[in-house]
Design a protein around this ligand. Structure first.
Ligand SMILES: Nc1ncnc2c1ncn2[C@@H]1O[C@H](COP(=O)(O)OP(=O)(O)OP(=O)(O)O)[C@@H](O)[C@H]1O
Ligand SMILES: Nc1ncnc2c1ncn2[C@@H]1O[C@H](COP(=O)(O)OP(=O)(O)OP(=O)(O)O)[C@@H](O)[C@H]1O
Ligand SMILES: [Mg+2]
Ligand SMILES: [Mg+2]
Lengths: 253, 253
């Protein structure tokens, strides 16, 4: 049974893309078959793996806007047990293009249902908004993974997101559950980060993963080398944290 | 002559909102009359100044979607020489609501033209996307201020943004110029930040402001106190940097 996990948080720059590429790599390392899907018109996931979202054809855009496109036909290998549904700048047009389609929120979900691709995990990266692209991710998934930055005000957007999840759960996808919350960009030695982490623990309790992703240069440098941080800097604290998170995710269900 | 400056960068979490509130406060401190305008449905600028974007009426949303609404009727005082056009969660609907209006890119600009509010500066905060809200900001402005995070890959999105600026310049707003680039979230002691800053200097030359905004807890804590960092932590490096930036902006024209 494929676990379809959408990584969403409409606040910008909180570590969604970083979580998708690195959790994906860690699960693949454990022998899980993983598909990463890039739904963001800015396609940082895609670019950070060495592809050009300006020129690619056969992308998430094709999957969302054309009928009868198979998932298999858009997949690109990126490593052992790891394949990518690349994003494209064309995704920016999806809002308008799908507006009148009666199944506009179900395009990604239907594409997954049609496909015969065996995968243990599909991890979906989403843009910093609550528009049709993120909604497609939320409707296609059974689990939501919520990265929250260790900054004051991180909780603000979480309320809006959880309300949207609830609406989607009620009206479009009763299967969607909160898998958990991952604290990201934790600055060691910052009392600010410490206080936010404590508050996250209080609010989310067991739903907050033990693994905390620290702010570490290697994480930001890895995509420039077109690698996950596990490949780029295997002995970094971040690599260890993502590996630990993969174990937690495997056992969370 | 009012200088209308749009702060834009479609990448999330690069410091747009932080720049608007703190540069605005620094200009107001120098005696300039400043209007801050929040075009982001997430309305972090508005919330960080103590307002509730879920319940406010008379907001940027009203200004964009109704005819004959005066700028004066939506302004809220926030300090000496400082007023706010608040954002609202309703802004999320603007994309659809304005889609068929022939003047959809000009709504904000026309609202500014209609108004008789004397201001030296209008600073416009935009969401992390290149949709109709950011376009309204780019069309209403004469100057673009571009915050760029001191992270590898910061330059990626800048290319897409500059292409959009060029298109807007050609088709919608020939008055729009690049005021300059501000390096944000610089991590002292990080060779990574140093390298990115050097590259920004190389690429943007004189257009890169000398003032660099460092990563500093006080900046993230200030909005929780509903203050600018100048008010919250006047002796922080960040407060000094924003004050210096205000001087550079004043003399940049
Ligand atoms: N733990 C970390 N340490 C250092 N840098 C990080 C860390 N996590 C993410 N970053 C960097 O911060 C920036 C933002 O992260 P990322 O792109 O993953 O966030 P995002 O939520 O996907 O952003 P967006 O909303 O724009 O899609 C990137 O340059 C990334 O490399
Ligand atoms: N110099 C800084 N030092 C420390 N924290 C900062 C700094 N600049 C911004 N931040 C914090 O980083 C987060 C993102 O900044 P900000 O909201 O200004 O970015 P943004 O580009 O407006 O994001 P979005 O694209 O989501 O609108 C906020 O929590 C902010 O308080
Ligand atoms: Mg991302
Ligand atoms: Mg912002």
């Amino acid at each position: 049974m494929t676990r379809v996990i959408v990584v969403a948080n409409q606040k910008g720059g909180v570590g969604k893309t970083t979580l998708v590429v690195n959790l994906g790599a860690a699960l693949a390392e454990l022998g899980q078959k993983v598909i990463l899907a890039d739904l963001d018109p800015q396609s940082a996931l895609t670019a950070g793996l060495g592809f050009d979202p300006y020129t690619l054809t056969r992308t998430a855009y094709t999957l969302l806007t054309r009928d009868h496109v198979s998932l298999a036909s858009v997949l690109r290998p990126i490593g052992d047990n790891l394949v990518l549904v690349p994003g494209s700048v064309d995704l920016a047009a999806v809002e308008y293009q799908l507006a009148d389609a009666p199944d506009h929120a179900f395009r990604l979900r239907n594409a997954f249902f049609r496909s015969r691709v065996p995968a243990d995990f599909i991890l979906i990266d989403t843009p910093p908004s609550l528009g049709m692209l993120t909604v497609n991710g939320l409707v296609a998934a059974t689990e939501l993974l919520l990265p929250v930055q260790c900054q004051y005000l991180a909780m603000r957007g979480v309320r809006g997101l959880l309300e949207s999840i609830w609406l989607i759960h009620e009206r479009l996808n009763p299967d969607l559950n909160l898998l958990g919350v991952v604290a990201t960009m934790y600055k060691t030695g910052s009392d600010h980060s410490r206080e936010v982490l404590d508050e996250l623990r209080e609010v989310f309790e067991q739903k907050l993963f033990d693994s905390v992703i620290q702010d570490e240069d290697a994480v930001a440098k890895a995509p420039v080398a077109c690698k996950s941080v596990l490949a780029y800097s295997p002995r970094s604290s971040a690599a260890a944290a993502f590996r630990r998170l993969a174990q937690e995710v495997l056992h969370a269900q």
